[in-house]
Design a protein. Structure first.
Length: 168
């Protein structure tokens, strides 16, 4: 009995055009009796479909692996984060549910870990390539988040601002 393996790849471009490519085949060997046996191979399995709007405990990909967050919001840090957010992020994001270019960020600190958010801010391209949640967001919004050249401290301040926004 032959087994058919099929791999379909979809490339989507910003113009909304999708290209499909596929490859498939069957490998069989005959044993001494002449019966066909299937040759087993490791096959690549596509990531299962992920809801980019669902809660995730992923820490993402990047240098932030353990972020300590206090029980209360640091208002001074949040104020600095708001100023940075307004200068670097509002062209693509709102702090509501409304999508601009990228997704609205209301409730983001309840859906993602501090590490994931901070890694996405400082490492957006690698996150989009390697992190399943970031990949799903890219597939949904069809836009690569751009690197904004913020420091680690500024990133933490933006996170505190987003955290404050989610408490309101």
């Amino acid at each position: 009995m032959k087994k058919l393996k099929l791999l379909i790849t979809v490339f989507t471009f910003s113009a909304g055009v999708a290209f499909f490519s596929a490859c498939g085949g069957s490998d069989t060997n005959a044993d001494e009796s002449g019966s066909a046996n299937t040759v087993t191979e490791e096959t690549a399995v596509a990531d299962e479909e992920l809801d980019p709007d669902a809660k995730s405990d992923s820490k993402g990909v990047g240098k932030f692996t353990n972020v300590e967050v206090g029980a209360t919001i640091d208002k001074a840090m949040a104020a600095k984060g708001q100023a940075i957010f307004e200068g670097k992020c509002t062209a693509c994001h709102k702090t509501t549910d409304e999508k601009v270019v990228g997704p609205g960020l209301k409730n983001i600190t309840n859906l993602r870990t501090p590490e994931w958010i901070m890694n996405m801010i400082t490492n957006p391209e690698e996150m989009t390539k390697k992190d399943p949640v970031a990949k799903a967001l890219f597939e949904k919004h069809l836009v690569q988040m751009t690197f904004q050249n913020v420091s680690d401290d500024e990133t933490r301040q933006i996170y505190e601002f987003l955290r404050q926004n989610d408490k309101n």
